[in-house]
Structure formats: structure tokens, C-alpha cells
Design a protein around this ligand. Structure first.
Ligand SMILES: [Zn+2]
Length: 140
């Protein structure tokens, strides 16, 4: 395991410890590594009006954007158990927005930080719709 992956897993675990998940009892942490080498983390934030809850990946992406960064090279997600806590459909699309053309790595970890799944954004969201699709129409 690389030092960089270790740092991402630690960031995701620390974020998971801060999750606000009183309803599902399913705390999740996410860490994003950007092209510049910085790591941004997020946790899930639930709401009494359930659909308003936000996923961990969403928080990490917001932190990344607020720091002025736009390219995701790697995402780590860590759930509370040992069933792979893969990004939901909405988060797959949100990751796609900032993934480079070649895609980004996605690593899913279990409760104690052990790697359960290593995949990439293309595998999680094949034939995706992204910024190039929108630009195609604007160029006409
Ligand atoms: Zn999600």
C-alpha cells in the first residue's frame, strides 16, 4: 500500500468519524486526491427530511471545489462495515464531472480501512454523460 493511499484512507476514516448519520446509523467517509496531490475529505450529513441528506463524496467534492481544484485522480470511500460501500448513482455522476478523460481510481474500504474493491470511474459509470456532452451542443 502506498503512503498516498494510506493518507487517503486515514482522511476518509477521520471524516467518517465526523459523519452526521443519526437516522441510518451508516457513517461514511470519503477522500479525494486531486491532480495537485492534495486530499479533500467529506462525510455524509443526513437530515430529518431524509432526501435532503448529502453523501460523503458530495462533501469531499465541495471541499475540493472550494479550494479551487477541478481534477479528481483518486477517490477513497469507507463505510461502517465490510460490505463495499460503493458510491451511489448520484455520486458516480458527481465524480464523473471532475474525473479526467482516462477516468479516476476508486477504492472502497471496509470498517478498519482494509481495501475491499479497487475500480475506476469508467467501470462505475459506463457510457456516462459529462461536460463534453454539454460542450458538444454549445459548439454548434
Ligand atoms: Zn452518494
Amino acid at each position: 500500500m502506498t503512503d498516498q493511499l494510506d493518507a487517503m484512507i486515514k482522511a476518509a476514516r477521520d471524516a467518517r468519524d465526523l459523519a452526521y448519520a443519526p437516522y441510518s446509523k451508516h457513517p461514511v467517509g470519503a477522500a479525494i486526491l486531486t491532480r495537485s496531490g492534495h486530499i479533500y475529505a467529506g462525510c455524509n450529513v443526513e437530515n430529518a427530511a431524509y432526501p435532503l441528506g448529502a453523501c460523503a463524496e458530495t462533501g469531499a467534492i465541495s471541499a475540493m471545489v472550494m479550494a479551487g481544484e477541478r481534477i479528481i485522480d483518486h477517490v477513497v470511500v469507507i463505510g461502517p462495515g465490510d460490505v463495499a460501500c460503493t458510491p451511489c448513482g448520484g455520486c458516480r455522476q458527481k465524480i464523473r464531472e471532475f474525473a479526467p478523460a482516462e477516468g479516476c481510481k476508486v477504492t472502497i474500504c471496509g470498517r478498519d480501512g482494509q481495501v475491499l474493491l479497487e475500480t475506476d470511474s469508467h467501470a462505475l459509470l459506463p457510457y456516462s454523460f459529462g461536460p463534453d456532452n454539454v460542450h458538444e451542443m454549445q459548439d454548434e
